[in-house]
Write a protein that binds this ligand. Structure first.
Ligand code: AMP
Ligand code: MG
Length: 414
């Protein structure tokens, strides 16, 4: 444990520094599996996907219209071509388009031999076998070329990518039915606290229901992890120790909530010191000051703060990007937008704050952000109402209505 040295003069570690220390510590898991592409949605690609064919495989029409030779386009005035057949998607024209000839063609149909240009049907006058065309067309227009989207030998998808619906389409276009993906991360998690009661039991005096195990379940499920829910562990040294041993023997990642401060019943740090290597950081972050991170044998450990909003904020800011890396993914930068705040946002300088906000359009149709309600780290409803974090830097002393603030939306298109 080296928390003295981990901290800057204010006694608190900056969020950026904490994040880079965590990322430096991670060793991605090994192991992959072969899956049918549908089952691979959301999984992390283990090898590059290299195109074995050209897509599109042949020159084809981008429009419904007429296929002809660019040499027959009139420089001025009009020209009349002879219609010699039809080319449909899936039913190519077998012949050849010669000088002064054209073929009726549909979108996606193979461009007939001899033709190199397609005119939109709206731009010609067709009457029986006579097709009259104007000047002003570009040679080669409305033709899609072989390999224009993906060419043979091209690396189309890089390893480390989480497969999206579009990627499934890319794989299908290449005729690839299966891919190798990283195995799922196995994550064990439990709550600590004598005051916690599991659902289904009545609340006694001084007790609360355990909510962190449910928010954690939800967040981990979204990460695509295999979950091992170990329940509530009482604040007793032996019980905490047994839970750690159990978790670390079965999982790649162990996540706890509560008990990471230095209170009398906080056994998480002590246990970690005995069984592994741990760093507890007091971070210049609100909510979520204490965070424990470390190694437990082969497993990676995250001890989240007990307060429900703190547990969620630290999960999203540290654990989720760490899980991505552990699982072999190469995640992009999180999306952060500059958005005007509709109301004043209160804050004192010192710690970086992740306030909870609602990103919505105002009466003029412009995007603005509003506080989602009381910001206490125990007020889970303001997290539940929120659809974004409002990130206020450590130095900030709050924001006035109309000021631009950094907004990190919870969800995007995936
Ligand atoms: P701790 O970090 O254990 O000192 O807990 C800080 C605060 O969070 C206390 O008010 C706890 O009762 C509360 N808390 C801890 N764990 C949970 C949990 N799993 N669900 C709901 N609240 C919790
Ligand atoms: Mg506790």
């Amino acid at each position: 444990m080296n928390d003295r040295n981990d901290h800057n003069p204010s006694g608190l570690l900056s969020v950026d520094e904490a994040r880079s220390r965590i990322f430096d510590m991670l060793r991605p898991i090994r192991g992959d599996e072969q899956l049918a592409i549908r089952s691979a949605l959301g999984r992390v690609l283990a090898e590059p996907v290299i195109s074995g064919i050209d897509v599109p495989p042949y020159a084809n029409s981008a429009m419904d219209g007429y296929a002809l030779r660019a040499a027959d386009l009139p420089a001025e005035g009009t020209a009349t071509l002879k219609l010699i057949g039809r080319a449909m998607a899936g039913a190519p024209f077998e012949g050849r388009v010669g000088a002064g000839e054209c073929v009726r063609i549909m979108t996606g149909a193979k461009l007939p031999d001899g033709a190199d240009t397609v005119l939109m049907q709206e731009r010609v006058e067709a009457e029986g076998e006579q097709v009259r065309i104007n000047a002003g067309h570009r040679p080669g227009e409305n033709v899609r070329h072989p390999g224009e989207d993906m060419a043979v030998g091209q690396t189309v998808l890089e390893p480390g990518r989480r497969l999206t619906p579009a990627d499934l389409g890319v794989l299908a276009s290449l005729g690839i039915p299966e891919v190798r993906v990283r195995r799922r991360l196995r994550v064990a998690f439990f709550s600590t606290g004598d005051e916690l009661v599991s659902l289904g039991q009545p609340l006694g005096e001084g007790q609360i229901y355990d909510s962190n195990r449910y928010t954690l379940y939800g967040m981990l499920q979204r990460c695509g992890a295999e979950l091992l829910d170990m329940g509530v562990i009482p604040d007793r040294r032996e019980a905490v120790r047994r839970a750690f041993q159990d978790a670390m023997s079965q999982a790649d990642v162990v996540i706890t909530s509560g008990g990471v401060s230095v209170g009398e019943a906080d056994y998480v740090k002590q246990t970690l010191d005995e069984l592994g290597e741990v760093h507890v950081w007091r971070m210049a972050m609100k909510p979520g000051k204490p965070l424990a991170v470390g190694r437990l044998g082969e497993a990676t450990f995250f001890g989240l703060p007990g307060n429900p909003v703190s547990a969620m904020a630290t999960f999203y800011q540290f654990v989720q990007p760490a899980l991505e890396r552990l699982g072999g993914a190469t995640p992009g930068e999180p999306l952060v937008l500059k958005i005007p705040t509709a109301t004043d946002l209160k804050k004192s300088p010192g710690r970086l704050e992740y306030q909870r906000g609602v990103l919505a359009r105002d009466a003029h149709g412009n995007w603005t952000v509003t506080s989602s309600g009381r910001q206490g780290s125990h007020v889970l409803t303001s997290m539940s109402r929120a659809n974004c974090f409002v990130i206020l830097p450590a130095k900030s002393a709050g924001a006035k209505a109309g000021e631009l603030v950094d907004v990190q939306p919870f969800a995007g298109l995936i």
